[in-house]
Design a protein around this ligand. Sequence first.
Ligand code: NAG
Ligand code: NAG
Ligand code: NAG
Ligand code: NAG
Ligand code: NAG
Ligand code: NAG
Ligand code: NAG
Ligand code: NAG
Ligand code: NAG
Ligand code: NAG
Ligand code: NAG
Length: 521
Amino acid sequence: MSLATCVPQTFSSLILPPSTSLLSLSVLPVTNFSANVSSFYRYTQPSISFSNLSFCNVTLSYTHPGQNDNVTIETWLPLSTHWNGLLQALGGGGWQSGRFYLPYEGMKGAVADGYATITTDAGLGYSERSRDWALVSPGNVNLYLLQNLGSVALADEAAIGKEVVKEFYGKKPDYSYWNGCSQGGRQGVMLAQRYPEAYDGISAGAPAIYWSEVMAGTDWSQVVMNDIGEYPFGCEITAISLNATRECDGLDGVTDGVVINIDGCLGSYDPFRLVGEEIDCPQAPGGKVKITEAAAVVLNQTWHGRALADGTPAWVGWTPGSDLIGNGSGLAITNCTVDGKCKGDPVELGVDWFRLFVARNASFDATNLTHEEYDWFVRTSKQVYGGFIETDDPDLGDFRKAGGKMISWHGTVDQILPHKATEKYYNAVSAVMPDVGSFYRHYQIPGLEHCFGGPASNPTSLFQQLRAWVENGTVPESSPIELTVPSGEKQDRIICPFPQKAKYDSACGDEGLAECWACAL
Ligand SMILES: *[C@@H]1O[C@H](CO)[C@@H](O)[C@H](O)[C@H]1NC(C)=O
Ligand SMILES: *[C@@H]1O[C@H](CO)[C@@H](O)[C@H](O)[C@H]1NC(C)=O
Ligand SMILES: *[C@@H]1O[C@H](CO)[C@@H](O)[C@H](O)[C@H]1NC(C)=O
Ligand SMILES: *[C@@H]1O[C@H](CO)[C@@H](O)[C@H](O)[C@H]1NC(C)=O
Ligand SMILES: *[C@@H]1O[C@H](CO)[C@@H](O)[C@H](O)[C@H]1NC(C)=O
Ligand SMILES: *[C@@H]1O[C@H](CO)[C@@H](O)[C@H](O)[C@H]1NC(C)=O
Ligand SMILES: *[C@@H]1O[C@H](CO)[C@@H](O)[C@H](O)[C@H]1NC(C)=O
Ligand SMILES: *[C@@H]1O[C@H](CO)[C@@H](O)[C@H](O)[C@H]1NC(C)=O
Ligand SMILES: *[C@@H]1O[C@H](CO)[C@@H](O)[C@H](O)[C@H]1NC(C)=O
Ligand SMILES: *[C@@H]1O[C@H](CO)[C@@H](O)[C@H](O)[C@H]1NC(C)=O
Ligand SMILES: *[C@@H]1O[C@H](CO)[C@@H](O)[C@H](O)[C@H]1NC(C)=O
C-alpha cells in the first residue's frame, strides 16, 4: 500500500497457479521515478510526462515443474493513494513477450496514470531474437517456450498479476486490461480466445493473428524477387509507391496524402506505368537508374498478396503506398554493392521462423527460398504450430459470455502486417457471431504504419473508450486521430468501427475538422 509495505513479507502468502512453482521473488521500492513516454509506445493512450513517482516493483520468477523453464513477471504497483483500482498488462513485440523497452515504456505511462501494471518475459529472457532459445538441440524445437510465448505464460500472468495486486492492496483489481500491439496484439486476441476470463478489456493493435501467414508475409516480396531472379534498388520501389499514393489519394474524394479506397486503387493504378523512367537513385552507380519491370512485379505481387507457386491467390496483400523499404527494415529491401549488384535482404523475423521452427536447423539457409519451398514452409508451419501460436479462432463466445470487450485496431499502411488480415479475422468473427459489435469492434486507421508512425497519429483516446465500454457500457462509436497532410498541416480525423468508414461531408466545408466527418457504411 505504501513504500513501507513494499517488502517481500507482504507477498509471503501469494497464491500461484497450481501448474507453477515459485523460483524467486524480488520486492523493491522505486522512488523519484521520472519519464517522458510517447503515445507511440502507449498505442491507445496519450503521451505523458511525470517526475518523482514512487511505486513498488514486484518481480517474480517461476517454473512449470518438469518443463525446466524460468518465467519472469514484473509488476509495478502505485501507492494506494495513487492506485486507480485497475490492472493494465502490456504486451510484447517481435519475438519478445515482454520485459523490454516497448512494454517498459507502456508500463511507465500506466503506473503514472495510476494503474498497477505488468509484463511477462514468457521464459524467453531478455533475448531479442528467437535463435537464443528456439532449439534445445539440433532438430528439436523448444516447444515449452514456444507454448509459453503462444499462450500459457499469458494465463499465468493474468492470474499472478491479480494475486500480486490482492496481496498489496487487499483486493483484486476492479477491472483488468490488456494493451498490446503486433506480437502484443496477437497475445490480446489469444487471451480473448483461450482465456476469456483473464481480462475485462483487451486492446489489440496490429495483431499477428494468422501467425504462419504473418511469418510468410515478411518474406513474400523476397520470394517474388527470388522467383524472377532480380533484385531491384530500393529507390525504384519507393518511386512507384509514392506515385501510387499520389494517384490513388483522391479516389475517396479527399486529397490528404492517404489512400482510403484501397481496392479502388488496386483496380485502377498500374504499377507498371513507371517502367523505363529514369529516376534519381543514391544506391545505383552514377546516382540514376531506369525503373525496371522487376520493381513493378514486386509491388504488384506485394499489393495483391501471397500466391502459391502455381499462381493461386493465397493471402491478403499490402496497401499500395505502404513503405516497403523502411528505415533499414522493410519487406522489399535489397542489399546492393557499389557496382550496383543487388541481392535480397529478408526480414529476420520470418526467416528465423522458417529456419529454426519449421526446418529446425540453425544452419539452414532460408534467405533464398524457391517458391515451392516457401509454399511448403507455410503449409508445414500451419500444420505443426497451429494450436501453439495461431489465434484465428473466430468463436469468441466464451469471451462474450464472460462479459469481455475487445478492440482491435490496425493502420492501413502497416508495412509489416497487412491490415486486411485483421479485417479478415473480424469478418470471420462476424460470420459466426452476428452480434459481434456488442463486444468486439475493429478500427482501421488510414495513414498509420505498424503500431505507430506514418502520417496518422495513434488512436490515443481508444483505451479510455475501451474502459468506458467495460466499466459503463458506453459503446465506442468513433475515435479521434490526427493526420499530418502533405503540406505539413495537422488535421483532425475520426476512425470508425469496421465496416463503417469515416466519410467527409463536403457541405461542412473543412476536412481538417473532426465534426465534418461521420462514420457511415
Ligand atoms: C530525483 O531525480 C532527479 C532527476 O530526475 C534528480 O535531479 C534529483 O536529485 C533526484 N532527487 C533525489 C532526492 O534523489
Ligand atoms: C522530459 O522532458 C523534459 C523536457 O524536454 C526534460 O527536461 C526532462 O529531463 C525529461 N525527463 C526525462 C526523465 O527524460
Ligand atoms: C518527491 O516525492 C516524495 C515522496 O512522495 C516527496 O517527499 C518529495 O517532497 C517529492 N519531491 C518533490 C521535489 O516534489
Ligand atoms: C524491478 O525489479 C527487477 C528485478 O529486481 C529489475 O530487473 C527491474 O529493473 C526493476 N524495475 C524497475 C523499474 O525498477
Ligand atoms: C530466472 O530468470 C531471471 C530473469 O532472467 C533471473 O534473474 C533468475 O536468476 C532466474 N532464476 C533461475 C532459478 O534460473
Ligand atoms: C536465388 O535463387 C534464384 C533461383 O531460385 C536465382 O535466380 C537467384 O539468383 C538466387 N539469388 C541469390 C542472391 O542467390
Ligand atoms: C505518376 O507517374 C506518372 C508517370 O511518370 C506521371 O505522369 C504522374 O504525374 C505521376 N502521378 C503523380 C500524382 O505524381
Ligand atoms: C499483378 O498481380 C496480379 C495478381 O497476382 C496478376 O493477376 C496480374 O497479372 C499482375 N499484373 C502483371 C502486369 O503482372
Ligand atoms: C549487405 O551484404 C554485405 C555482403 O554480403 C554484408 O556484409 C552486409 O552486412 C549486408 N548489409 C545488410 C544491411 O544486410
Ligand atoms: C542443416 O542445414 C545444413 C545447410 O543446409 C545442412 O547441411 C544440414 O544437413 C542440415 N541439418 C539437418 C539436421 O537437417
Ligand atoms: C463512467 O461514468 C461515470 C459517470 O458518468 C464517469 O464519472 C466515469 O468517468 C466513467 N468511467 C469511464 C471509465 O469512462
